[in-house]
Each structure stands twice: as C-alpha cells, then as structure tokens.
Design a binder for this molecule. Structure first.
Ligand SMILES: C[S@@+](CC[C@H](N)C(=O)[O-])C[C@H]1O[C@@H](n2cnc3c(N)ncnc32)[C@H](O)[C@@H]1O
Length: 194
C-alpha cells in the first residue's frame, strides 16, 4: 500500500495550527482548503495508507448488516453500486471493488484523485477478489463536490447507490454546516450556509 505521510508534524500543536489556518474560512471555501492540502502533499494526517479496518470488518464479518454485493434488477442480477464520498487516496473504493461492488470514489481534490489512480496502479493487485462467484467490481474516481450534484452525471444508474460509505468527508467541525435532504439523492446531505 502507499506509504502515508506520517511524522511528528502530522499531529500535535503544529498540526492543529495548520488545520485551523486551513479551515478558518467560510464552509464554502473548505473545498479549496482540502485541495491545497492534497496539492502540497506533505500534511495528510488522516491518510493511513490502508483501507479502513471498520469497513473491512463489516465486509468480512457483518454481511448481515449490508447484505450481498449483488442485487436483483428485473430478471437479472447486477453488482451493487457503492459510493465513498471524500475517498482520499481511494483505499476503501479499491476494497469495496475487491468484494464485488462497482465502487465510486468522489473527491473534491484533483490531486487526491490522481493519488487514487496511482494507488490502483501501484497496489491494485493487493486488493484481491474476495468471492470468485461475484468477481471484482469496477472502480471509478470522480472529481466533484459531494454537496453539489454535478458529479452524478458520471455515475451509472442516475446516482442511485445501494451502499454509501463515508469516513470523515467532513472531519473537522464546521459550525455553520446545516444538513438537509438532497432533492435528487435523498440519502445524501446537502449543505446550506447560515
Ligand atoms: C479526513 S479526509 C478522509 C479521506 C478518506 N476517507 C480516508 O479515510 O483516508 C476527508 C476527505 O474528504 C475530501 N472532501 C472534503 N470535502 C469534500 C466534498 N465536499 N466533496 C468531496 N470530497 C470532499 C477531502 O479532500 C479529503 O480527502
């Protein structure tokens, strides 16, 4: 897996100061803050270099919670579509595909999406197929804002996902964040500012 950026500067007082200065802007500017961090690439404290262990646990041991990776549609079956908003370097997207989901990674940062493609190219073989009967799903990495709907045109099936897995798409407190149901995608939150 990709070696995460991890040293003392990623945690502690200096790190907190860097985060505060990056996100001491109105929420509408936070996307630029994330993109700046990814573009600079030397301060990515959330990046573990591996899929989230909690997701791996659910996929491995708690299928009762999420069901199979295939879904019936009409008279046939197809792979379920899974979305990972704010997917970072895409580890969870690659993991979901290895379990048979057609997995979409959404990122506000173009550099992060380049990182996803690099992770897939360099380490894709490590995400081995978990069920030969189901096979591997497709992966697609999209640059877009989770709270807008323009990226939906790049998704098969009119933006309908059977599974959405979010690990800290908004990691830091945003005081003015208000979540309402999205008009086209009822399971997704939409942001308004007050
Ligand atoms: C704390 S990181 C977590 C990344 C990844 N889930 C992980 O566990 O490694 C949050 C990610 O969400 C992305 N992000 C933040 N706001 C976003 C938005 N509105 N739409 C899409 N991605 C967003 C950031 O660029 C960042 O990569």
């Amino acid at each position: 897996m990709t070696e995460p950026v991890a040293d003392q500067t990623q945690h502690g007082a200096d790190a907190r100061a860097r985060l505060l200065s990056t996100f001491s802007t109105p929420p509408s500017e936070h996307g630029k803050g994330w993109s700046k961090l990814w573009d600079e690439g030397d301060f990515l404290p959330w990046d573990k270099g591996t899929p989230n262990p909690a997701l791996l646990d659910i996929l491995t041991d708690r299928r009762d919670l999420i069901g199979p990776a295939m879904v019936e549609e009409g008279s046939s079956t197809r792979k379920k579509r899974a979305l990972v908003p704010g997917c970072g370097r895409g580890y969870d997207v690659l993991l979901l595909a290895s379990f048979g989901y057609d997995a979409y990674g959404l990122e506000i940062s173009e550099s992060a999406v380049k990182g996803c493609e690099e992770e897939k190219r360099a380490n894709g073989a490590m995400y081995s197929i978990k069920d030969e009967k189901v096979g591997a799903g497709e992966t697609k990495f999209i640059v877009g804002d989770f709270f807008a709907d323009t990226w939906l045109k790049e998704v098969e099936g009119a933006g309908k996902f059977e599974l959405i897995y979010d690990y800290t798409v908004h990691y830091y407190p945003i005081p003015t964040l208000e979540l309402v149901l999205h008009k086209n995608l009822p399971m997704l939150p939409q942001r308004t500012e007050s």
